[in-house]
Design a protein around this ligand. Sequence first.
Ligand code: ASP
Length: 292
Amino acid sequence: VVHAGAWDVPPAEREAHRAACVAAVHAGWDVLRGGGRAVDAVQTAVMSLEDDPAINAGRGSVLNRDGDVELDAALMDGGPLRIGAVACVRNVANPVRLAAELLGEVEVFLVGEGASAFARACGLALCDPASLVVARERTRLASWREAAARTTEGPGDTVGAVALDVDGHLAAGTSTGGRPGKPPGRVGDAPLPGCGYFADDDLGAAVCTGWGEHIVRAGLARRTAELLRESTAQDASWLAMRELEFRLNGRAGVIALSPNGSIGFAFNTPAMPVAYIDADLAEPVVGGIPRA
Ligand code: ASP
């Protein structure tokens, strides 16, 4: 199951979002169908979305207040409960790939310069930060700077994925440029375990998107996974969103997967492009994008 961010998707960008989600599901599904691990499928799906400049992850990410891209990403392997997370990375085009390198380390979370140094040590290619910036986001930042009420500008187009493999292992992953116009150094939910993502083979997997500060305060991904103890993935997703709205007036979305393969997603934003596939489906199902 993949998503491409909870917020609004302008009509002109809907087809690009639909296509990006379908391509990511195909990429992840190819891994699972070949007997691959859930964590590898999630990484593959998220990288496919990071590589798409239409999406707020990797190249094409939103810009911070100073006009720079700062990337956050994470992966969680629900079998051994391993985590790899990075934040405020400026020179890695696929931060989820860097997060994957951390899965085998003692440390679970690296930020900024330290994360870049780790990328170098792993032999990952570093990129010119300017190569991650696209014209669409420069224009968006310029209107954000002109807007009277800057804090009302929401996030959007963040990406995430959850997967269940043939051995019953679950995984979750995220990647984002964060919120447009964010202060440098700001970190949202996406790289924080239990907030933006969570996977535990015994409980389930969940990935969140939307207004990160609300998601962090609610511990939304872990909460969704706990609800999976007694609910289907669809019910758990809705219940978690209702709680977020009731307690914090939060705006977000969640995708969820239970250990038995039940799939769910819910959002209280205008849109949240989602695509999913399982062994019973011939083609990915797409949802969360308004038709009109
Ligand atoms: N949740 C992300 C953040 O706050 C943004 C998003 O999901 O679009 O960084």
